[in-house]
Design a protein. Structure first.
Length: 157
């Protein structure tokens, strides 16, 4: 049983790091959208960042409940560079990379949910549900073929 707990803690720590990256990425892209005067997109990206911060809180709580200590927050300047879109001026390309990151997170949560206790599994399923909504929104933006880098304001604002 201690080995199972350790394995779950390691996967939770990995999920925690990914959630920090996602929150930072969405905040960065929201700022990019604001500079392009795309307030509608910026608002949604900030909502998505807030959702990931909620995931962070639940993961940190669960890690502590299992006797672990949450890993330190990764340096977003260093870690976002590994996602290859951190400072990309092309917002559409950045959202495509975010879509891939969300998809990967969902896959990792599905594995963790299958290999975990009931309480950890419930957290995973909650996070998967929210991440799927993020995926849907990202896909919608990309399928619409919106010119995300235009400076015009959309009618939704």
């Amino acid at each position: 049983m201690p080995d199972d707990r350790q394995r779950i803690l390691q996967r939770l720590q990995s999920a925690l790091r990914n959630e920090h990256l996602s929150a930072a990425s969405y905040e960065m892209h929201a700022e990019r959208a604001r500079t392009l005067q795309r307030k509608d997109i910026a608002r949604t990206l900030l909502d998505m960042a807030a959702s990931h911060k909620g995931h962070i809180r639940s993961l940190e709580t669960r890690i502590r409940e299992l006797g672990g200590e949450p890993a330190p927050i990764p340096d977003p300047n260093h870690t976002l560079a590994s996602r290859n879109h951190a400072n990309d001026p092309d917002l559409c390309l950045a959202l495509e990379q975010d879509l891939k990151a969300e998809d990967t997170e969902i896959e990792e949560y599905e594995i963790l949910a299958r290999q975990s206790d009931e309480q950890t599994s419930e957290i995973c399923h909650h996070n998967i549900e929210e991440d799927r909504r993020h995926l849907d929104w990202l896909r919608e933006q990309l399928i619409r073929g919106r010119n995300l880098d235009s400076v015009e304001e959309s009618s939704e604002s």
